[in-house]
Design a binder for this molecule. Structure first.
Ligand code: SF4
Length: 365
C-alpha cells in the first residue's frame, strides 16, 4: 500500500488511462430502497448479466488499478462474486477493493468477504455496510422489516475479521436524504460509539430515484452533518482506516466535505472532473460510462471484444470525455470527488494542510 500513489504517479499528470473501475454486478436486490438510483423497477435482467468469462476478458484489457469498486443492486446476490473479485485481483492488482452491501444476508456476506480478504492479501478490502438511521427510519426507507437488526448482525460477524486479517477494513455508509436528515446526529453518534475501528461516511442523495421527495433536503442539516464528521476526523475522535495512507484518505475526506458544501452553495463546478479519464463505470450488461450518472454511454463492452482500452479510442468515447471537461460538468458524487481531489495537484496545499493537522492531532492528542 505504501507505494500505491508512486505506482500511479504518472496519472497525476497524464490522466491517460483508467485506474478506477466501478462494476455494477447486478441490478437485483433484496431490499426496496426509496432512495436507490439503481433500482431494477421490477425487471429481472439477470440472464443478461456479464459472466465470469466476460469479466476475465475485461480485466485483461486494463492495467493496474488504484481502486476497484463494486456496486449494484446487492452485490452478494451474485454467487460468483468472490471469483470475479479474484480475477481482477490477479489481473489488475488493485490497491483498494470496495464492497458495499446492505448487510441483509449475514452468512453469505461473511463467507464471501472472508474468502475475498484471504485471496487478495495485497489489496485493502473495504466493506461498507449501508445504515440510514434508527430502526424505524432505516427499515421504512429500505422497505425491509428487521433490516437494521440484520445489518447489525452482519457488522458483528464481519468485525471479527479485524483480528484475523490485516488487509480488512469495515465501515458504514449512510445516505443523506429527506427521511434520514432528522436522525443524522443520532446515527453519527451511534456509529462513532460502536467500536474503535469502524469508519463512517455519508453520501448525499443523487440520481434518478423511485421517490423524488427524498431529494427535499435541508442543506443546513447536510452541512451540519459534514461538519460533525469533519470535526471528528480533525480532533482525532473519529476512526480512520488502518492502512498506510489512511491519514491522507482522512485529509481528502475533509477537503471533499468542504468542496461538496461549496458546490451546493455556489451551484457551479468547484473542481474539474476526471471521470472517463481516470474512472470508468461498467453496468451488469456491459454498458460503459465515465461515471455513475449514466448520462452519456461510451459504448458496450461486447462491441470491442470486451476490450475496455479499445472502447476508449472510439470517436464517441473521446467526444463524451472531452465534453465533461469543456462543460465543467458538476455533481456531488463522493467517489468521483475522491479521484478529482487526489489527482489534482492544485488541491495538494489543502490536502497537505489537513494531513499535517491529522498527523499532529493523532500523534499528540
Ligand atoms: S461531474 Fe459528476 S456527473 Fe459529471 S462526469 Fe463527473 S462524476 Fe459524472
Amino acid at each position: 500500500m505504501s507505494n500505491l500513489f508512486l505506482r500511479h504517479a504518472k496519472s497525476i499528470f497524464l490522466k491517460s488511462e483508467p485506474i478506477q473501475l466501478t462494476l455494477f454486478l447486478t441490478n437485483r436486490c433484496n431490499a426496496h430502497c426509496r432512495h436507490c438510483f439503481y433500482s431494477n423497477g421490477g425487471q429481472d435482467i439477470s440472464k443478461k448479466e456479464l459472466s465470469v468469462n466476460d469479466y476475465h476478458k475485461i480485466s485483461s484489457s486494463v492495467g493496474r488499478l488504484l481502486w476497484l469498486a463494486f456496486s449494484g443492486g446487492e452485490i452478494f446476490l451474485r454467487d460468483d462474486i468472490a471469483q470475479i473479485v479474484n480475477l481482477f485481483y490477479r489481473a489488475n492488482n488493485p490497491g483498494i477493493i470496495l464492497l458495499p452491501t446492505n448487510g441483509l444476508d449475514t452468512q453469505v456476506i461473511r463467507a464471501n468477504v472472508e474468502r475475498i480478504v484471504r485471496e487478495c492479501p495485497e489489496s485493502v478490502v473495504v466493506v461498507k455496510l449501508s445504515l440510514d438511521g434508527p430502526k424505524d427510519v432505516n427499515d421504512s426507507l429500505r422497505g425491509v422489516k428487521g433490516a437494521f437488526g440484520k445489518t447489525m448482525e452482519t457488522y458483528k460477524s464481519l468485525y471479527k475479521l479485524f483480528g484475523e486479517y490485516d488487509n480488512f477494513e469495515l465501515g458504514f455508509n449512510s445516505v443523506f436524504c429527506a427521511s434520514t436528515q432528522g436522525s443524522m446526529p443520532w446515527l453519527c453518534s451511534f456509529i462513532k460509539n460502536l467500536d474503535d475501528k469502524t469508519t463512517h461516511t455519508v453520501s448525499l442523495i443523487r440520481g434518478d430515484i423511485p421517490d423524488d421527495d427524498e431529494k427535499n433536503i435541508d442543506i443546513e442539516k447536510y452541512k451540519k452533518t459534514i461538519a460533525t464528521l469533519t470535526a471528528g476526523l480533525k480532533d482525532g475522535s473519529s476512526k480512520i482506516f488502518n492502512f498506510n495512507l489512511s491519514r491522507l484518505k482522512a485529509a481528502q475526506d475533509i477537503v471533499q466535505g468542504r468542496l461538496i458544501c461549496d458546490l451546493i452553495s455556489k451551484k457551479r463546478s468547484v473542481i474539474p472532473c476526471l471521470a472517463g479519464r481516470l474512472t470508468l463505470t461498467l453496468t451488469e450488461t456491459g454498458d460503459v460510462y465515465p461515471c455513475e450518472s449514466f448520462d452519456a454511454r461510451l459504448g458496450n463492452i461486447h462491441e470491442t471484444g470486451h476490450d475496455l482500452r479499445k472502447l476508449l479510442t472510439t470517436d464517441l468515447a473521446k467526444e463524451v470525455i472531452a465534453r465533461i471537461t469543456s462543460s465543467r460538468c458538476r455533481c456531488t458524487h463522493e467517489c468521483y470527488m475522491i479521484m478529482n481531489i487526489l489527482f489534482n495537484p492544485y488541491m495538494y496545499p489543502s490536502l497537505i494542510k489537513q494531513y499535517a493537522h491529522i498527523l499532529f492531532k493523532r500523534a499528540w492528542p
